[in-house]
Design a protein around this ligand. Structure first.
Ligand code: HEM
Length: 451
């Protein structure tokens, strides 16, 4: 069904390109049901025009596989203009071809198992710190807090900044993220214009941190320290200009996505008491005073299933854009060179052939005996796949597990009434009203690991 063109006589996919240039970009940015509506009308594959480019939406394991395994052959990375300008030309997410592969190897040094293990004490301490804070607040709007939490961890482990969310750094970061998926009009009053200004401020601060670090005898063991010292195959280090873009990319990638994932976890666990009970029983098997390690986290198999289901049902990254560099055929349609494709993660995870009752939150589908995600390669792709698969996948899984384990052991939370629990989808899914909860410690004597 997916291949290079044979006859050249196949039609383009159905759909509406909309207005010249702007196409359907405004609806894409504003309407959470943008893709659903068009899929209902046109079927599995449709065309539209986004950010100036005719764009084909593709979903399903086979189409996703075709896109992800043909990087540099039929497709190259293409972000919307606002995103690539704000990420910067030296960002790994924007780099292509051999440069991308070389840089990826180098950056991967910050995510090796040995390095990940060294991040655990900081993740644990910061989770505990935030839990104490939420306990004092009692009832709170959780999403902004979760965002500060993941930003603080990212700032600490990636660049060594403490309390990043409460500094100007956090403020600039928020405004920069606000422009990532926007119409790229660089005026002081537009989201994009403000984000560009924040990018300059962030880069300036990152440069200051890099220079400060370079002047010290010990470069530090965070991601920045490793990247300053890292060398490519020819023995070259990263330039300051590149380091700045790469660090900004890691901060972004390592924070918005994770916030979305842990917020979905908190919501689903509050809505599914039987899942919560099973999770707590599993946690009771671990000694509360034993430090969390890669090994003990690995043993939390049911938690693993729940987190997998969280990323299936509401993947933080809805899909990925690519540019077509050689015409190809997909599902009986031709896609010309120069167009974009958007491979859809969320819809691929809703395939009822692979995931019966796909709208239902059901961690049992990932039980070791079920093996659902192994049925068909590329039917489960929360982290993408192929040569651009998420670089921070293991970092993300580690942080999600530590957060979940510590919360489950010591705290309970209930959803407050009268709130909208629907999700806003762009740039990453988040609850419309910010997830309002009552948060409290489980009384001593009632914790699952109290004898
Ligand atoms: C639950 C959390 C996360 C999810 C769901 C997620 C998802 C993804 C996805 C789907 C892609 C591929 C996009 C594409 O194909 O165009 C990606 C790429 C990437 N992610 Fe993540 N991510 C997460 C967390 C992280 C973290 C914690 C980091 C780093 C600290 C990170 C760093 C990156 C980078 C650098 C790339 C670009 C890789 C490349 O182009 O070679 N991500 N992520």
């Amino acid at each position: 069904m997916t291949r290079s063109p044979s006859s050249g006589s196949l039609p383009f996919p159905p759909g509406n390109l909309g207005l010249p240039l702007i196409g359907e970009t405004v609806s894409f940015l504003r309407d959470p049901d943008f893709a659903d509506k068009r899929h209902k009308r046109y079927g599995d594959i449709f065309k539209t025009r986004l950010f100036g480019s005719p764009t084909v939406y593709l979903s399903g394991a086979e189409a996703v596989r075709f896109v992800l395994l043909n990087e540099d052959r039929y497709f190259v990375n293409r972000w919307p203009p606002s995103t690539s300008m704000l990420l910067g030309p030296a960002s790994l997410a924007v780099q292509k071809g051999s440069e991308h592969q070389q840089r990826r190897k180098l950056l991967a040094q910050a995510f090796q198992p040995r390095v990940l293990a060294s991040y655990i004490p900081t993740m644990v301490a910061m989770t505990q710190h935030y839990c104490d804070r939420w306990e004092q607040q009692g009832s709170l709007t959780w999403y902004p807090e979760l965002r500060n939490y993941t930003l603080d961890i990212a700032c600490k482990l990636i660049v060594g900044i403490t309390d990043g969310s409460r500094t100007s750094f956090g403020e600039w970061f928020g405004s920069w993220v606000g422009g990532l998926f926007s119409v790229p009009l660089p005026f002081p009053w537009t989201n994009f214009g403000q984000a560009l200004r924040s990018r300059q401020l962030l880069l300036h601060e990152i440069e200051r941190i890099i220079k400060d670090r370079q002047s010290q005898p010990d470069m530090g063991q965070d991601a920045l320290g490793l990247l300053i010292q890292a060398k490519d195959e020819e023995g070259n280090c990263l330039s300051i200009e590149e380091l700045k873009d790469q660090i900004l990319t890691l901060l972004f990638a390592g924070h918005e996505t994770l916030t979305s994932a842990i917020a979905t976890f908190c919501l689903k666990v509050a809505q599914y008491p039987t899942v919560l009970t099973k999770l707590r029983i599993e946690q009771a098997q671990f000694q509360p005073d034993q430090p969390l390690t890669l090994e003990s986290l690995k043993q939390m198999e049911y938690l693993e299933q729940v987190l997998k289901e969280v990323l299936r049902i509401l993947p933080p990254v809805g899909g990925g854009f690519r540019e077509v560099i050689q015409p190809c055929e997909i599902k009986g349609y031709t896609i010309p060179k120069g167009w974009s494709v958007l491979y859809e993660i969320g819809r691929t995870h809703q395939d009822s052939q692979i995931y019966p009752n796909p709208k239902e939150f059901d961690p049992e589908r990932f039980a070791p005996t079920g093996g659902t995600d192994k049925v068909k390669p590329f039917s489960y792709v929360p982290f993408g796949g192929g040569i651009r698969e998420c670089l921070g996948k293991e970092f993300a899984r580690l942080e999600m597990k530590i957060f979940a384990a510590l919360l489950l052991r010591n705290y309970e939370w209930t959803l407050l009434p009268d709130q909208n629990l629907d999700f806003v989808m762009v740039p990453t899914p988040r609850p419309t009203d910010g997830l309002k909860v009552q948060f409290r410690p489980i009384p001593t004597g009632q914790r699952t690991n109290d004898q």
